[in-house]
Write a protein that binds this ligand. Structure first.
Ligand code: ZN
Length: 140
């Protein structure tokens, strides 16, 4: 079995942002030399997430509205009284409870196995940030 690792660095530009990373992952997978196995996409942060969902402009706006309504930014949160990370970001940690920090995608004949409507998203919950990291591990 081969294990191939790759780090993706991202810049985010909004407080809550959905970034489609599918094409970037496909490109990395194509250069990795593994034909069949698994690709794990792992977010290295507690206020950002990885999610597989549909890329459609209006739905993306619905998702942003939903996340903002789900946990309002200006709630009365204990974490914001003395944040060890220097940010008033309790809302971002709380939204993160409902998504995964990683997703594992099957790899078959050198291609990601995704459904017709599936894309892989990096979801920023406490942006903007100059540097966000994603670890890819391709095993097979
Ligand atoms: Zn925090």
């Amino acid at each position: 079995m081969k294990i191939f690792r790759h780090r993706i660095d991202l810049v985010t530009t909004a407080p809550i942002e959905i970034i489609d990373i599918t094409a970037q992952i496909r490109e990395i997978v194509a250069g990795g030399g593994v034909q069949n196995g698994l690709v794990t996409v792992s977010c290295l942060h507690t206020t950002a997430r990885i999610n597989v969902n549909e890329r459609e402009e209006k739905l993306e706006r619905d998702m942003l509205t939903f996340l903002k309504r789900l946990v309002p930014r200006d709630g009365d949160y204990l974490h914001n009284l003395a944040p060890i990370d220097g940010r008033d970001n309790a809302h971002a940690h709380l939204i993160g409870l409902f998504m995964n920090s990683s997703e594992t995608i099957p790899l078959a004949d050198g291609e990601l196995v995704l459904g017709e409507w599936q894309s892989i998203f990096f979801i920023e919950l406490d942006g903007p940030r100059p540097k966000r990291g994603i670890e890819l591990q391709i095993m097979g």
